[in-house]
Design a protein around this ligand. Structure first.
Ligand code: HEM
Ligand SMILES: *[C@@H]1O[C@H](CO)[C@@H](O)[C@H](O)[C@H]1NC(C)=O
Length: 267
């Protein structure tokens, strides 16, 4: 074939179209959103136990090394004690990824973003798709224990590239958390609000995690903790930290932006 100026231009145009197409969020995520919307809020408008568990999945998939779906695909959910509370949602998400033919790693991060949006007061964080799934388990014993002191938690987060301030902001997700006995970690578990910081510091919740109490009263973290008793201050730190968590081990530039599906959800 003779190479003409026209064919070179056509090829360049096609390549450009290809790159534009890659930047369009796949339609299927709108269908996944509809499915999650029905299970993440109840009749009263409160976010559900599924929403709480989905928020936590982001941390437990990404932090051990990469947001790669190995929480589900390598059975980390079933095999590791720290994931016991997520066994049901791992199974649900495994099936959902098959049904909708989407990546497991992407679905976990979408679930977390949708879970946050489902809880009154929760932010709309960015959501990008295109992560590479892996069925190889990530490193064990990276997630801090609920009895770790502040220095131990800080060290574990720094090993993973997260600062002490990011740690303190991220544990604020416990604002909507319940423990294995269904006791909530603050008095308003249906709201993504900063009363978690106030109540933990004041010692008014019997279910508070020792790890959170240490962050509230240790010299390295107490000032930051107190600053997050103001919702806007907390949100300004939480949103970028959670977005950073959702990208661990992935090249953000290669992902496609689907954030508008999250910001439009639960309208
Ligand atoms: C220092 C690190 C952390 C420790 C020690 C910790 C520990 C815990 C523990 C012990 C529970 C209660 C469930 C159980 O008893 O098994 C819990 C729940 C939860 N955690 Fe964390 N966590 C940490 C960081 C985070 C981060 C960074 C997030 C951010 C997404 C997060 C989100 C949640 C959520 C949403 C729940 C509630 C789950 C549910 O109610 O189903 N946690 N965490
Ligand atoms: C800080 O919290 C930890 C965990 O609950 C507790 O053991 C410790 O006594 C507290 N320290 C201070 C100075 O209140």
């Amino acid at each position: 074939m003779q190479i003409t100026k026209t064919s070179v231009l056509a090829a360049a145009f096609a390549a450009r179209l290809g790159s534009v197409a890659a930047q369009t969020c796949p339609e299927v995520w709108t269908d996944v959103a509809t499915e999650l919307e029905s299970s993440f809020v109840d009749d009263t408008g409160a976010c559900t136990d599924s929403a709480r568990a989905a928020i936590r999945m982001s941390f437990h998939d990404c932090f051990p090394g990469s947001c790669d779906g190995s929480l589900i695909l390598a059975n980390e959910c079933e095999d590791r004690g720290e994931n016991a509370q997520m066994v049901d949602i791992c199974s649900t998400f495994r099936d959902m990824a098959t049904t909708f033919d989407v990546g497991v790693a992407d679905l976990i991060q979408f679930g977390a973003a949708m879970g946050l949006k489902a809880c009154p007061g929760g932010p709309a964080i960015s959501f990008k798709v295109g992560r590479t799934d892996s069925s190889t388990a990530n490193e064990e014993n990276t997630i801090p224990s609920p009895t770790d002191d502040a220095a131990t938690q800080i060290a574990k987060f720094e090993t993973r590239g997260f600062t002490a301030d990011e740690l303190v902001a991220l544990v604020g997700a416990h604002s909507v958390a319940k423990n294995l006995n269904a006791a909530s970690l603050d008095s308003t578990p249906a709201e993504f609000d900063s009363s978690f910081y106030t109540e933990t510091a004041d010692g008014t919740n019997d279910a508070s995690l020792v790890s959170d109490e240490f962050l509230s009263n240790s010299t390295e973290t107490a000032d930051t903790w107190e600053s997050f008793e103001v919702q806007d201050t907390w949100m300004a730190a939480f949103v970028p930290a959670m977005e950073k968590m959702s990208l661990v081990g992935n090249d953000e530039a290669s992902l496609t932006d689907c954030s508008s599906i999250v910001s439009d959800a639960f309208a």
